[in-house]
Design a protein around this ligand. Sequence first.
Ligand SMILES: Nc1nc2c(ncn2[C@@H]2O[C@H](COP(=O)(O)OP(=O)(O)OP(=O)(O)O)[C@@H](O)[C@H]2O)c(=O)[nH]1
Ligand SMILES: [Mg+2]
Length: 312
Amino acid sequence: MTQETEAAPGAAIPEPSRCGFVAIVGAPNAGKSTLLNRLTGAKLSIVSPKAQTTRFRVLGILLRGAAQILLVDTPGIFRPRRKLDRAMVAAAWTGAEDADLALMLVDARAGVTDEVRGIIARLAETKRRAWLVLNKVDIVPPEKLLPLTATLNALAPFEETFMVSAANGDGLDRLLDRLATALPEGPHLYPDDDLTDLTDRLLAAEIVREQIFMQTHEEVPYGTTVETESWQEKPDGSVRVEATIYVARAGQKAILIGQGGSRVREIGAKARQQLTTLLERPVHLFLNVKERPGWDEERARLRAIGLDDPGA
Ligand SMILES: Nc1nc2c(ncn2[C@@H]2O[C@H](COP(=O)(O)OP(=O)(O)OP(=O)(O)O)[C@@H](O)[C@H]2O)c(=O)[nH]1
Ligand SMILES: [Mg+2]
């Protein structure tokens, strides 16, 4: 028996290795984090029905053919007021400017808002490659999509347009296929089986914050930050996590704690369940609530969640 070693004439030439950063940018609530999670098949970035959920860049690493796609979820871009807000928006723009390609994600139901116009105008100024991605097409009548696409494409020279649903996955295969061939040729920057650069400590704090966004309302979630204080691996394979929830005002602390501690208990219970699944081991979660007026202007608090001081 002979073994064939030479490629037969006409055999496919192997795809070149590709790698690049793809930033997902857009207005708050467009579905950026949902898209990151859906594309990576992992829960890396927290999601809530409220605007301004994401506060810092979250990297998701995925493979498609010979391409390593480095997807970067960013905070929604809005008019910032507090130092926290400015740092969030600065992180979003840094994400877009550092990327090889930006995906401008637009909530198709919300349409062309002033916020969306403003972001597209600035994106065009950066002269980065940008693709337009209309999201939430599952809840928009199809006849609205073409006029919307036309209006948005008149605002900036998007190279390509996609219509997707991050919620049900529609249109995402095509998007990934196009991404896999559009990135620059080059070696993969991360190990192929890595999923993110997020640490478990930061993930734990985020999962608690997600529950605060789900379970409290009005200004409470915005007046809150979460930091993991201690992380102890136990000999029985479980992990003991202690986190502090900082709130800006006494009233917010009372709401977070709830009657007889019921709210913070429920936040802890749901977050613990999620973390047990994500970390694939038993988790013991302890939450402290501390009042700390002005935490959202405090450098140390912003640094704790990986935000640089944007100055001014
Ligand atoms: N129907 C529908 N809802 C979606 C879709 N994508 C996201 N959502 C919902 O939109 C809301 C906001 O989603 P997020 O992923 O948190 O949005 P975001 O752009 O990351 O928001 P910020 O982090 O606040 O900027 C959530 O309630 C999602 O479930 C979609 O394709 N269809
Ligand atoms: Mg988000």
